[in-house]
Design a protein around this ligand. Structure first.
Ligand code: FES
Length: 173
């Protein structure tokens, strides 16, 4: 039987071991890791998305109902434009990110495009001044119909149908 004293010491000291060597207990380490967040500790190391997307719910709480995830089926969701998460879409020039889709109030209509640049997966932002979308990585540009306006991307992004009924904006593939 191997005793505890025969175990080999690690050659690389990680952050937790370093703090432990300073005399902090495991519970003190967990408190340090979790401090400043009210969420689960397992999410503490996850980077925050550029624009948080509310989780689909009842519609009264998040303003979003339906499917925004193509891995779960056909994209088909409705945004409640009276909800604070999406009310900005009532204003020309504003846009929101919904999963991997960007929805914008353009000069003429509400436009929804795939929010993954075909060059290297950057995110698109609507620009009111030029009435187009620009990628946040290498500034590639896309027209409202998803076609490339300016490289480096060479392939169009996907376009979704939009239909506004009252304050409900439906987006479908
Ligand atoms: S990732 Fe969009 S232009 Fe490069």
């Amino acid at each position: 039987m191997q005793s505890e004293s025969l175990k080999t010491a690690p050659t690389v000291v990680n952050r937790a071991e370093f703090l432990r060597n300073l005399g902090l207990s495991t519970s003190a380490l967990m408190a340090l890791y979790c401090m400043g967040t009210l969420t689960s500790c397992s999410k503490a190391d996850d980077p925050a998305p550029l624009t948080p997307t509310p989780t689909p719910g009842s519609g009264t709480s998040t303003g979003l109902t339906g499917n925004i995830d193509k891995s779960k089926g056909v994209i088909d969701f409705t945004l409640d434009l009276t909800n604070t998460n999406y009310s900005r879409l009532k204003t020309e020039g504003e846009f929101v990110q919904v999963g991997e889709i960007v929805v914008a109030n353009t000069k003429d209509t509400l436009v929804a495009l795939t929010n993954v640049c075909t060059h290297q997966s950057g995110q698109l932002q609507y620009r009111k001044a030029t009435n187009d979308f620009e990628c946040n990585v290498h500034q590639g540009q896309f027209n409202l119909d998803g076609t490339v306006k300016k490289g480096p991307p060479t392939k169009a992004v996907g376009v979704f149908k939009t239909a506004l009924t009252g304050n409900n904006l439906r987006v479908t593939a």
